[in-house]
Design a protein around this ligand. Sequence first.
Ligand code: NAD
Ligand code: MG
Length: 408
Amino acid sequence: MATMYGDTRGNRYDNSQPESVVVLGATGSIGVNTLDIIARHHERYRIFALTGYSQIERLKQQCLVFKPVYAVVGQEQEAKLLRAALQDQGSKTQVLFGPQALIDVCEAPAVSTVVAAIVGAAGLLPTMAAVKQGKKVLLANKESLVMAGSLFMQAVQKHKAKLLPVDSEHNAIFQCLPEHFESLDDAGISRILLTGSGGPFRLHDHAALQSITPAQACAHPNWDMGKKISVDSATMMNKGLEFIEACWLFGARSEQIEIVVHPQSIVHSMVEYNDGSVLCQMGMPDMRTPIANCLSWPRRIESGVERLDFTRLAHLEFHAPDFERFPCLQLAIEAINCGGTAPAIVNAANEVAVAAFLDNKIRFLDIARVVAEVVSVQSSSEPTCIDEVIAADSEARERSSHFIASIH
Ligand code: NAD
Ligand code: MG
């Protein structure tokens, strides 16, 4: 199994010039946090392109502040609105739209760094385009790695891209690895301890989980995130997707990863070495820390994050996960063990089910039912190209919609 960085962990980029950055998903939670850091270090970073699907007013404000060469939106209609609004303000930013424009800005030779912060499968193709151009890729869009893990990691190696994990757990693990990391075995690592808060319903029993509303599911106790990942955290599918993400990023086998529920979200994950040492990365639950770490790696920059006050940390708890109340966790682990397109199918079914839940079409516990139903009839052959992944994704979406219609 290929691991991240390949032989590119050394910094081959010229730090004397500002880095030219594309922020995919600039209007989302990760995008906004990324721009917050970039604004603190405007001498180091220049924005080449900002993208957002529909929040045109927010994207307009971002364009006026960061003056990108391009802004990319989802549809032509939004592009017209944004173009007119920007021209009114004397902005020179050019406005593009649609999936190909996302790919085009990522592939531009002027770009050195791409922040992959689109939510869901829509992030796959632009992120892959950045990888194939050998860019520095800051990966928040875990779904692209879940869908196409082996092809994605092969492309990282082949094109000497530099892949840096933004997801807080994976960034924590990354920070706990030795500098010249080749493989877990080579580094003397016995286990990765992947922590998770357990979500807002950690202590709810099965009956209470029945009646969870979208608003309750989106209110995470420790993190302020987009709706989809908030629901994923509530079902613990997020931890399942992160389990798959960790397998690919660190070349880990399933049995080398243990999920640990840690409700305070202060320890962001741990690495256990053969000699019994356990290294962890700690910090306030604020995504600006992992984003800043990736942006400036291997150096460190100020992120604006509040400091940990150890005198106020009364106690830190660690528990085993409950696979019965949170079946999505098991479904994701089984998918990576099964291999092939199973993780892509789980991801697609989950995306459709979460959207239906947010739309009040199914209940909270139905999300796992949809995923279980759709993944049960999947084939497990290893995809040889991205088109096969996309075909599996489309087919799983269709089956998910049918199943949802049957239980709605
Ligand atoms: P969000 O919903 O706040 O933002 C998503 C962004 O993607 C927005 O800019 C939106 O316009 C864009 N987008 C949505 N659909 C699109 C489409 N079809 N085409 C193009 N752009 C589209 O989500 P978020 O919370 O910022 O999460 C983004 C990614 O980062 C997700 O993959 C998530 O799992 C991951 N992540 C988020 C956090 C967090 O704290 N928010 C933590 C770790 C990982
Ligand atoms: Mg995470």
